[in-house]
Design a protein around this ligand. Structure first.
Ligand code: T46
Length: 351
């Protein structure tokens, strides 16, 4: 049985990747390593936690000694590295947390893998899951990020992810570690922590709280359903070429304000509220510092070389997402006011 280590598997994207691998590949044993910081939540994996091919390990990738011990205990065939601090706003107020986890943590993981795999390095794989934010921002509507686009990270978050991408490439070039990297656009779907735009808006609409739209709401993001991202990771892990980078995206660009208005409309329908009720909650607030204008990704390489395309239309994905939050209000309440609320209150100002 091949052992695979997935880091950050209790988080939003990580939990979807863990579920996909545990349920699709009984021939693998999946180890989910997660520090269970504020956004990691084992509730996300209740349905698969008793699977014979699944083990949860609590630990922090910043702890190099712990990682060395873990790698000496298990001969992992591969690593899929998703553990990261991911919220841009938090990176503006606390950049060092991002440097520690995203840069130092990734370096520790690469080192532990390199030491453990030294006798047969070529037979292993280190997969780094990254973001399209490393490419900076776009202004020309006809331009898209390509795998060859020069890195231009502009927030502490994206700079920390760019650094970790560079470290992974450095281990490939210097030590010949087999690696793949993917850079994905904005994800949405079930289990998304309600600090990010879509779940925050859903949560605030449910609770009749103001909907904070940064600046004029003109910034553009490309949205991809999280299960489509997990499927892309599966495809790249199995078929990606050693040393290559793959962009992943939904080809689904939305101005923030249009997306918020659409969510208001869907929520009014679902909650049987008169049309326009939720939209009245929209508040334009001070813009994010250094707010990137537009992210748009070209995922042609992934399509032509590995055959991946997104499976869900946005309308279908949003419908699924909203339905999930309505059916799982306890999950949301546990984070915002229940069992996990101290994290939410401490780390987030509760907008
Ligand atoms: C939370 C919030 C956000 N926004 C705006 C800011 C952005 O233009 C957009 C999406 O923000 P969010 O923080 O959800 O996501 P991004 O800053 O685009 O970054 C996300 O997508 C990339 C790919 C990652 O790699 C990040 O890890 C992930 O967090 O909505 C608002 O207007 N109001 C709000 O309350």
């Amino acid at each position: 049985m091949k052992k695979i280590l997935i880091t950050g598997g209790a988080g939003f994207i990580g939990s979807h990747v863990v579920r996909r691998f545990v349920t699709t590949y009984p021939e693998y044993h999946i180890f989910n390593l997660d520090a269970l910081t504020y956004a990691g939540n084992l509730e996300n994996l209740r349905d698969i936690e008793n699977s014979a091919n699944y083990t949860f390990v609590k630990g922090d990738i910043v702890d190099a000694v712990f990682l060395d011990e873990l790698f000496s205990e298990h001969d992992f065939y591969g690593v899929i590295h998703l553990a990261a601090e991911s919220h841009v706003d938090r990176s503006i107020t606390d950049p060092m947390a991002f440097v520690m986890t995203n840069v130092i943590g990734t370096a520790n993981l690469l080192n532990a893998a390199k030491k453990s795999w030294k006798d047969n390095l070529a037979e292993h794989l280190f997969y780094h899951v990254s973001t399209d934010e490393v490419y900076g921002e776009l202004h020309d509507p006809n331009e898209f990020f390509l795998e060859t686009t020069k890195y231009d990270p502009r927030s502490p978050y994206s700079a920390s992810k760019a650094s970790s991408d560079h470290l992974v490439r450095a281990y490939h070039n210097t030590y010949k570690m087999p690696v793949v990297i993917s850079n994905c656009s904005n994800n949405y779907g079930p289990n998304h922590f309600p600090e990010k735009l879509i779940p925050l808006m859903i949560n605030n609409i449910l609770n009749n709280k103001p909907l904070p739209v940064y600046g004029k709401g003109e910034n553009i993001r490309d949205w991809l359903f999280v299960e489509d991202h997990a499927r892309a990771i599966d495809v790249i892990f199995h078929k990606g070429k050693n040393g290559e980078t793959y962009n992943i995206g939904g080809h689904n660009e939305w101005k923030n304000i249009d997306l918020v208005k659409l969510l208001c409309q869907i929520m009014d329908e679902k909650l049987n509220r008169p049309e326009g009720t939720s939209a009245r909650l929209i508040h334009y607030v001070t813009d994010r510092a250094g707010h990137d204008l537009r992210y748009a990704i070209d995922a042609t390489k992934l399509k032509t070389e590995l055959g991946w395309v997104p499976s869900l239309q946005f309308a279908e994905g949003l419908e699924k997402t909203v339905n999930w939050y309505l059916a799982n209000q306890e999950w949301l309440d546990n984070i915002t006011s229940g069992a996990y609320s101290h994290y939410y209150e401490e780390m987030y100002d509760g907008r």
